[in-house]
Design a protein around this ligand. Sequence first.
Ligand code: IMP
Length: 200
Amino acid sequence: MPPAEILIARSSIAARVRALASALSTAYASTAQPPVLISVLQGSALFTADLMRSIAIDMAVDFISISSYAHSGSHSGVVKIVKDVEIDLSDRDVVIVEDIVDTGLTLNYLRRSLTERGPHSLRTITLLDKTVRRLVPVPVEFVGFEIPDVFVVGYGLDFQGRYRNVGDILVVRDLARLVNEPDLLVGSLWPRRGQRRQPT
Ligand code: IMP
């Protein structure tokens, strides 16, 4: 049995991202100023890039980076901004771009922090939503896929900084095993390092 299997194939992701981009283009077609997408690094980098390319209206993008998620399963809710946005958000229509909303603690913190900057509106788009894991109620206006309580990697989502460059979203069968063997998925995804041809 492979250690991970495809939960959402790249073709389904691409189709859903195009539909989300179309929904955003319609929702923000007549705002006073172009909307500002705020991409939450690192996980939503791929999603943001693909989404932006399909958005058919004028828009701006900025990036925010917050302290990383504890993979232990417990989550204190204490989140720290390590790289802040540079655009002045006052009176702007702001869209937070998330890779995944899990307990909701990160998004709840982000929403509070961004609300303090006086945006005209603040909404969230997430590629994945694990609603069954929610600890705090938090509004999420645009959702790509609702997924069950599983651990996923790929399409920007990582395990300890790995596997972000997988094009599909994979579900990890045995997270405890991956914790002990972080290389676990490499063999089934890519040729072994030792078998790679040397560049000439
Ligand atoms: P929350 O604060 O519990 O909602 O966590 C959100 C963050 O947890 C995401 O931005 C991800 O970085 C991380 N996360 C939650 N579930 C997963 C997963 O299944 N795979 C990878 N990262 C995850």
